[in-house]
Design a protein around this ligand. Structure first.
Ligand code: AMP
Ligand code: GLY
Length: 424
């Protein structure tokens, strides 16, 4: 069969790579794809981003199912459109995607259903928002309500910074409609983890745990990014914490959506903050898989992923059992010069080694033209190492990175440090 993955990042390369391993899958289309998906002969890029045109393509090619990577097409209603045309697709509807596309929707939803999260208020009026900041004090967190491609969250250490964030979103409109409403919430301290599950409307199938590294620089310094590296499993997610997150966050979310008349289907990603006592709170929901979390997670997934997706679409996730490579997978993002503010494009990439049992390279901001691979965006590659220990996976990833070159390449040297520092 032929299948389609929608998106162009490292997450989509990893999903397509995994689907292509299935003996049942002849060809994986990736729309629009990147330089890495162009290089792999089991994958084929499709230069279509218009959703109606993509649905036409799926019909014409007789594609068995579509897997959607990023939030933008989900928030734009790709699942509603494909279903209305009788096409099989895995992802949340536009209504369900509000858990990610509106922070105010997600916060109000969590409050209604008693799901643990930071205390908050929502504002459209700048004066009221400023007054609330003065009342609460710093540190405090200011978030744009809408999708802002990773630029919508300001974790303010000082009130001055918080007031500036409110002014830039509500008064100066720097984020447009996405920032016309802001959520101001309590600062939570602790350690983050990514908790990602598949939902078929009724049943929930958890994927392996993972942990991202959001800041640009080593030791979690510098600006927030889309994510500079991730590993799986995340030892902070103990079996006890796992059970608690399922019981207190994931199950109430899926049931709560159903009670409100919205059947949740698709990946559901809860970004967790786990405090020093081990209590989890929900920082955010994403209605998709994480990037770069997907890269180590897919590197560890065993078995035929195309069957899992088909069963998810059929509402049969209760009969699926996933099995995981016992090794740790650790992915390091190689970013372009100037990322995240102003990433430079057009740098020539060389030295990417062929895939081995212990190292894989997934592409994101790359393009292939005239047999030359060049950078086209902020996060360029994600190199994943696999080994029995976190240290070993880290070495496998960094040894591979040493062979890769492009001008202005920047990456963190400490991916996995929290797992390494844990006292067992
Ligand atoms: P979000 O897009 O909501 O996950 O926010 C991006 C990042 O900002 C998170 O991964 C956290 O590192 C940080 N963050 C968000 N909300 C809070 C909060 N309430 N307290 C502390 N840090 C936060
Ligand atoms: N890596 C964080 C995210 O995908 O939102």
């Amino acid at each position: 069969m032929k299948v389609l993955v929608v998106g162009s990042g490292g997450r989509e390369h990893a999903l397509a790579w995994k689907l292509a391993q299935s003996p049942r899958v002849q060809l994986v289309y990736v729309a629009p794809g990147n330089g890495g998906t162009a290089l792999d002969e089991r994958l084929r890029n499709v230069p279509i981003t218009d959703l109606a045109a993509l649905a036409d393509f799926v019909v014409k090619e007789g594609i068995a199912f579509t897997l959607v990577g990023p939030e933008a097409p989900l928030a734009a209603g790709i699942v509603n459109l494909f279903r209305s045309r009788g096409l099989k697709v895995f992802g949340p509807t536009q209504e369900a995607a509000q858990l990610e596309s509106s922070k105010d929707f997600a916060k109000a939803f969590m409050k209604r259903h008693g799901i643990p999260t930071a205390e908050y208020e929502t504002f459209t009026d700048a004066a009221a928002a400023h007054a609330y900041l003065d009342l609460k004090g710093a540190p405090i967190v200011v978030k744009a309500d809408g999708l802002a491609a990773g630029k919508g969250v300001v974790v303010a250490q000082s009130l001055e910074e918080a007031h500036q964030a409110v002014d830039s979103m509500l008064a100066d409109n720097t984020l447009g409609d996405a920032g016309a409403r802001v959520v101001i919430e309590e600062f939570l301290s602790g350690e983050e983890a990514s908790f990602i599950v598949m939902v078929d409307g009724k049943h929930v199938l958890p994927l392996a745990s993972s942990q991202d590294h959001k800041r640009l620089l080593d030791a979690d310094q510098g600006p927030n990014t889309g994510g500079m590296g991730a590993y799986s499993p995340a030892p902070i997610v103990t079996p006890q914490l796992h059970a608690r997150v399922m019981r207190e966050i994931i199950q109430p979310t899926v049931r709560g959506m159903e009670k409100e008349g919205i059947r949740y289907t698709g990946f559901l990603y809860a970004g967790l903050m786990i405090d020093a006592q081990g209590n989890p709170k929900t920082l955010e929901f994403n209605c998709r898989m994480g990037d770069p979390e997907t890269q180590p997670i897919m590197a560890r997934l065993k078995g035929d992923f195309s069957k899992v997706v088909e069963q998810a679409i059929a509402g049969e996730l209760d009969s699926v059992e996933l099995s995981w490579d016992r090794r740790t997978a650790l992915g390091v993002v190689l970013a372009a010069h100037g990322y995240p503010e102003a990433p430079r494009k057009g740098d020539l990439i060389s030295g990417i080694p062929a895939e081995t049992e212990t190292a894989l390279t997934f592409h994101a901001g790359t393009t292939l033209a005239d047999e030359k691979l060049t950078t086209t965006g902020g996060r360029v590659l994600c190199v994943v190492g696999l080994a029995d220990s976190v240290r070993g996976a880290q070495s496998a990833a960094y040894e591979t990175i040493n062979r890769i070159e492009f001008d202005g390449m920047q990456y963190r040297r400490d991916i996995g440090y929290r797992a390494l520092n844990r006292k067992h």
